[in-house]
Design a protein around this ligand. Sequence first.
Ligand code: AMP
Ligand code: ZN
Length: 112
Amino acid sequence: MDCLFCRIIAGEIPSKKIYEDEDVYAFYDIDPKAPTHFLVIPKKHITGPDAITEENCAVVGKIYAVIAKLAKELGLDHGYRVVSNCGEDGGQTVGHLHFHVLAGRLLSWPPG
Ligand code: AMP
Ligand code: ZN
């Protein structure tokens, strides 16, 4: 298993876990880009946004529900941003689908 996030899910690499259920895992980003920055990922290995299909897309809805729940629990009342980078131009560096949740400061738009 050479996928970093699969190894985090398996507990082989430590992470600051926020949430886990049978399909979804959430943990703080190791290099935060905002005062609150965590990642929400499917436990099943999906290589990225461009590998989402009709067959595997149910977990994406579940991930957004988890994000809304965690945002309430963490008190992100001023709002937050959900980002999923795809491919080289999108800035994706880890080949396991993940949703960044950024909060705690005013986020610029459009992103750089
Ligand atoms: P991306 O660049 O969109 O593919 O996002 C990958 C994210 O994973 C980056 O924000 C990294 O800081 C984060 N990251 C890399 N390694 C770890 C790790 N061991 N624990 C937590 N976050 C990590
Ligand atoms: Zn993986």
